[in-house]
Design a binder for this molecule. Structure first.
Ligand SMILES: Nc1ncnc2c1ncn2[C@@H]1O[C@H](COP(=O)(O)OP(=O)(O)O)[C@@H](O)[C@H]1O
Ligand SMILES: [Mg+2]
Length: 698
């Protein structure tokens, strides 16, 4: 569908120029210079010939069919241009010109009108305010960037034009090949989702890279990315993670959530490889573009020096990979072919006097060992080594084998020529062994993603209608923040067990209720104006007799009054006390782009301090729920330490899935905390001792 953008048979350059230094000059020059095979029609009313090509006064003066228009004239002509495009049957525009929404309200207005009109006319637009686009296989360079990258299998889309230029320059210097290069600009019409879809089926692209500043439709993005990432690696750097959402939060979850957490969760759930820095982006890209993906996580290290080998081994541990242990046969062969003081165990140290042949011989043995999934070859430039020779041998072996080989030729001047050989032969080289090991981690994660079965979802029989009625009633009463009383009713409709609870209006009623509930018990203030009950002295646990009930009743009500004289106090709830068990928190905070973000962590009053929580976007798959529970640092506490009984993880998982169902059914829940959910020992279930829910306004 976007074929005309990448392989147009003919293209109009609206605003082509004969004056060097102008964008219209550079774009035309790039088109001509790149040996583009299609036809180029410069349009400029002031010239009859530009850069050796016949120029036309207007689009309508061209009698041929046109696939694509490159727009390089000021914004105010865009609507007229759309009309002309319609007349000429042009359905694709690359709008390079700036001066649209990035400049303020006047520009934004033109951009809006442009988009509406283009949609009506079925015309697709890249940009505006972008650098343009390059397709190396069709030799099509519609940018004003200096230089064209070599042909290769990496596609790159970027929201920053400046970054595009920097990366092009880097690619030229390093000889890195690209298939497509797309500058998204303002993403008025076409954006990351469109290009992900296109690149997924693009045969010349093996790896998709992206640099994004914002993602507008997070849910659609996840849906598409999840499919594309099963076909080829999608590596994205996302900048500008602000926590605007967290500022206004009134719940524990809200204060711990935020867009950064959503993006992390969304990328993970969609199989997107996240690169934290542009440096990582290219470190990862090179490996995926040039080498096979490791089948497992057992890594071997081959080095001519001890220190770097050990550093790499440490990194293997840090990144939770495995240091491969060689078969007896490999060990014996290494022993007989290496000097006695060499280390034949992983990391293999072929010592300082190693020559290219020794690299060759040992790598051959290691890479063929069935216990090895990938090899890192480290070289420090000793006086004896022929670096280029070693590079040749390493590279030749790497291409023969289905296992990835990464290199870390350390240093600069002495290894430069060797690195060039590696580059040419598609063995990625990293300045430091740790970077290479990190790449192995990323590749191995991706292999796991490819191996993972399709996500399975579980839903439960719930009382959705009833909840709808409660919400409607709350809305009618202008009650958007629901406290424990309403919230526990709602979550019980979704299958949560809650402690028995009776509302008492007087101390006398409290004592009667206590007899029904049984001791020990908990007493809590019930007031729509008090959401954080402990903060005002509104909760008493471990009440053991009628006398204490009476005292607690007065203490709780008077303290709550003191805290807020105007508070409406509905009474005190007398609640069954859940004994034993671990307090966890389940929460939801709605992200503007990605929807409900679910949080899990150890609960109680220290959640915000410990921040030991995990996040996923709803709906949760069964695997998501499992991962969330296991991801927190304190997970061993839930499994039980020092003879403790393990907690009921099955119940916990089920509750996460039930919560996911609730917020999926009711997207107008903007915040929700179940804190604490008290999880008892295995087989004994869990109880939601407190909950609160905030509904969206409007
Ligand atoms: N039914 C209960 N059984 C056992 N402990 C409880 C119960 N209800 C509350 N607690 C304890 O009291 C703490 C505060 O109560 P909670 O209802 O969460 O009030 P809030 O969060 O509004 O301060 C909980 O974190 C928990 O430790
Ligand atoms: Mg609480």
């Amino acid at each position: 569908m976007l074929k005309n953008f990448f392989e147009p048979k003919s293209v109009v350059v609206l605003g082509a120029s004969a004056t060097p230094g102008k964008v219209g000059y550079d774009v035309l020059k790039n088109l001509i210079k790149s040996n583009y095979r299609g036809e180029i029609f410069p349009v400029n009313p002031k010239a009859s010939e530009i850069q050796g090509l016949r120029a036309y006064p207007s689009i309508l003066d061209i009698n041929e069919d046109i696939d694509l228009l490159i727009y390089i004239i000021p914004p105010q002509f865009i609507l007229k241009t759309l009309d002309d495009c319609k007349k000429k049957n042009i359905d694709s525009i690359i709008a390079i010109s700036a001066g649209f929404k990035e400049t303020g309200s006047a520009g934004a207005k033109i951009e809006r009108e442009m988009l509406i009109k283009a949609k009506e006319m079925n015309i697709r637009i890249l940009g505006p305010n972008c650098l343009g686009l390059i397709d190396t296989s069709s030799r099509f360079n519609a940018t004003f960037a200096p230089g064209m990258p070599p042909e290769g299998n990496i596609a790159f889309f970027s929201q920053s034009g400046a970054l595009c230029i920097a990366i092009l320059d880097w690619a030229l210097g390093e000889g890195i090949g690209f298939s497509k290069f797309i500058s998204l600009g303002n993403k008025s019409d076409l954006g990351e989702i469109d290009f992900l879809k296109y690149l997924a089926d693009d045969e010349s692209t093996k790896v998709i890279l992206g640099y994004l500043e914002g993602i507008e439709d997070g849910r659609a993005f996840m849906r598409v990315a999840r499919e594309v990432s099963k076909k080829k690696p999608v590596i994205i750097t996302k900048s500008g993670g602000t926590s605007a959402g967290a500022k206004a939060a009134s719940s524990h979850t809200g204060s711990l959530a935020g867009s950064e957490k959503s993006i992390k969760a969304a990328f993970h759930q969609a199989g997107i490889i996240r690169a934290d820095t542009v440096n990582d982006l290219f470190n990862y890209a090179l490996a995926f573009a040039c080498q096979p993906i490791p089948k497992g996580s057992r890594i071997a290290i081959l080095s001519n020096s001890g220190g770097p080998g050990i550093m790499a081994a440490d990194a293997i541990e840090q990144y939770k990979l495995n240091l491969a242990s060689f078969s007896r046969e490999t060990q014996e062969q290494l022993r007989s072919s290496l000097p006695t003081i060499a280390s034949i165990y992983n990391p293999v140290d072929i010592i300082g006097d190693a020559d290219a042949d020794r690299y060759h011989k040992s790598l051959e043995l290691i890479i063929n060992d069935p216990n090895v999934d990938g090899v890192l070859v480290i070289l420090t430039p000793t006086a004896v080594i022929d670096v280029q020779g070693a590079a040749e041998k390493v590279a030749n072996l790497s291409s023969e084998n289905g296992k990835p080989v990464l290199a870390s030729f350390m240093g600069k001047v002495s290894v430069e020529k060797g690195i060039k050989v590696l580059q040419r032969k598609k063995v990625p080289n990293y300045n430091y062994p740790e970077s290479a090991i990190k790449v192995f981690r990323i590749m191995s994660d991706y292999q796991n993603w490819l191996n993972a079965p399709d996500a399975s979802y579980q839903t439960f029989k719930v009382r959705q209608k009833k909840v709808g009625t409660i919400f409607a009633k709350a809305r009618k009463n202008n009650l958007l923040k629901l406290g424990e009383q309403e919230a526990r009713e709602i979550i019980s409709c979704y299958g949560f067990k809650v402690p028995k609870s009776i509302l008492a209006l007087t101390s006398r009623e409290a004592i009667l209720a206590a007899e029904q509930i049984g001791y020990p018990l908990v007493m809590k203030i019930v007031s729509p104006d008090i959401l954080h009950k402990t903060d005002v002295g509104g909760v008493k646990v471990d009440i053991e007799n009628a006398h204490q009930v009476e005292d607690a009743f007065f203490e709780i009500t008077s303290k709550s009054r003191q805290y807020l004289t105007s508070a409406t106090i509905l009474g005190v709830s007398i609640q069954e006390m859940v004994a034993g068990g671990k307090e966890v928190i389940l929460g939801v905070s709605k992200d503007p782009q990605f929807g409900p973000l679910i949080m899990f962590g150890l609960g109680g009053i220290y959640v915000e301090v410990l921040k030991d929580v995990s996040f996923r976007i709803a709906p949760l798959s069964v695997k998501d729920a499992d991962e969330m529970i296991r991801e927190i640092h304190s997970f061993p506490l839930l499994k039980g330490v020092r003879g403790e009984q393990p907690t009921d993880l099955a119940a916990l998982k089920e509750y996460l899935l039930r919560l996911s169902q609730l917020v999926t059914d009711f997207p107008d829940i903007v915040e929700l905390d179940i804190n604490p959910l008290i999880v008892k020992a295995e087989g004994e279930g869990a109880f939601a001792a407190d909950a609160r829910i905030t509904l969206e306004e409007g």
